[in-house]
Design a protein. Structure first.
Length: 148
């Protein structure tokens, strides 16, 4: 049950993330609203895996297997990049926040930082998916085996 719940949340995150990564295809207003919407599933994902987070960040690196050390560092990098991309996205909002009556300054520094952090996030998510590829494939194969 927990694995199914995680799977559904991960699929939702992936779909939203792919859509958010294509602002030229979705248009800026949808890009901004979907980005804000993505925060909820990301927070849920973090909360559902909180025991892992606490476990790997409270233990000494010497006591963790190398793959777990890598996962810890990579997930921290992913978290930082997503926070930077999210905060800078809010700072340069041209659609969502103005719709709510909040107008933002269009500072080129924040735009550049948003673009760089968003592009790095895309690459880091790709590696994150690769690291969890075996779990993904097993989830994809699981329902197929049950049908046959």
């Amino acid at each position: 049950m927990k694995a199914q719940r995680n799977w559904q949340l991960d699929i939702l995150q992936l779909v939203l993330f792919v859509l958010v990564c294509a602002p030229l295809a979705t248009g800026l207003p949808l890009h901004e609203w979907l980005s804000l919407l993505l925060v909820g599933p990301l927070v849920l994902h973090l909360l559902w895996h909180w025991n892992w987070v606490v476990g790997v960040f409270t233990r000494s690196s010497r006591k963790l297997p190398s793959p777990t050390q890598f996962s810890r560092a990579w997930n921290l990098l992913l978290f930082i990049l997503m926070v930077v991309a999210s905060v800078t996205g809010v700072l340069i909002s041209q659609a969502a926040l103005p719709f709510l009556g909040i107008h933002t300054a269009q500072d080129p520094f924040w735009k550049l930082l948003h673009q760089v952090s968003a592009n790095l996030t895309l690459a880091v998510v790709g590696v994150h998916l690769a690291v969890h590829w075996r779990w993904i494939v097993n989830r994809l194969r699981g329902p197929a085996r049950k049908v046959m």
